[in-house]
Design a protein around this ligand. Sequence first.
Ligand SMILES: [Zn+2]
Length: 214
Amino acid sequence: MDRADRRLFFKFLNSHHHDEGVRDWFANRDLFTRWLTAERVAESGLIDVTTEDVDLARAARDALNALIDDHTPRNAAQLDAIAAQLPLRVRFEGADSHLEPAATGIRGLTARVLGIAHDAMRDGTWARLSHCQNDTCQWAFLDQSKNRSRRWCDMSTCGTKSKARAYRARQRELRERAAEAERQLRDSAVAGDSPPTEQINTGADRPPFRATSL
Ligand SMILES: [Zn+2]
């Protein structure tokens, strides 16, 4: 995957937002046209955007993302059905060859992305694709870590947000458990029983996360 291919591939896959006003740039023709301009992926011949083409691009994007998450035959068949509708051809260059779109416009652009996915499966890049585990992001990224353990598209933004959110959830859970234990203690005191012996650690003295884990 060369630099230009990689840029287009991720711009295409990540054309959705989960924490902003616009959630899906491929939702309709108007948004798609704005995305083409904003991301500077428009080429000559990409002026005519039809609803059918946008629907096909969105279906291809969603099928690619699904296949990254889960390499099931069902997900592969879904992408395969979309690929059958797109014109791709083999281009030979010296002793090398690659797939390229045999069309212009949105169909050509979508075909090119599928050609990039094909190359990625050949050169091992595909196996390193993953999705950000920050629920409000979910963008695809290339995991180049040694043991393929990266969880977030960007550690300084999504990683920090996710850890802070997990910390708040843990604190909430601990507070609820402490309140519940207190309730039980009160109830048993009223009933004349001996109090429960379980110690509840609220964890309030702990930092949100270790600086070294960032
Ligand atoms: Zn992210």
